[in-house]
Design a protein around this ligand. Sequence first.
Ligand code: COA
Length: 260
Amino acid sequence: MSQQIHTTTHGPVVRIQINRPEKKNALTLAMYDAMTEALLAAEADPAVRVILFAGASNCFTAGNDLGDFLNSPPSSEDSPVFCFLKALTAAEKPVLAAVHGVAVGIGTTMLLHCDLAWAGPSARFQLPFVNLGLTPEAASSLILPQLMGHRRAAELLLLGETFDAEAALAVGLVNGLRADSELDDYALRKAEALAAKPPTAVRLTKMLMKRWPTEAIRQTMSQEGEIFIARLASPEAREAMTAFFERRQPDFSQVVDDVL
Ligand code: COA
């Protein structure tokens, strides 16, 4: 298990904490592998009833590590990021999340696959795929328009601006807001309350709610993944990510990009 993914057990609740504060909890290949391993272990363990994702140091996650995107980009549906998303979308037990601070890219899209989520006022969400020369992932191109309508989804996915916890609540991305100092305890209490309910009824209820969208989500993730992988090698993405590490604004005016 990666040092940067801490898994703790609280009775029937497994808490998976993302902990790489010096890089705003950006997710590396090893961290995705560790999160997938933790998720699959929790799913397989009959003593576990609920899975709770949390960040650390007032930060959820700044999304995929951009250095990994530049140097070791995912190349197939078996890549760690896609394996994590597959495990998350296939989870039969309830998955919850508590969001502090930045929740960028997959930090926002993974919430679309959590059953319940809460945010603190410090939360800052962003879907910066277009800004990075990339395209949506985690079936967000399907789920976001369904959740909030095309116009609002287009605002989040095309403009890629940061939005706060109130806005996340308004568009249905989180269930509620709690003070940052209380958020982790609150989410754990909710997870424990859910874990005390009859587990088969909980699992079947989740299954029934997800049975129709499941195939559409799988197909969308597969199509998104193909385009996303191609875009990672595109001149636009290279310029955007290089600019991030050079701490400058990207300049797309001279970039010629005909990737897809
Ligand atoms: N990948 C790799 N490193 C990242 C990172 C990421 N996604 N996000 C932040 N970091 C690193 C920074 O490079 C910096 O490292 P350094 O101290 O060695 O220079 C450190 O984390 C702190 O980041 P910084 O940008 O200084 O913090 P901030 O509070 O000013 O901004 C963010 C925080 C999250 C808004 C900003 O870092 C950001 O936009 N990150 C990129 C997010 C992103 O595009 N993710 C991919 C989505 S698909």
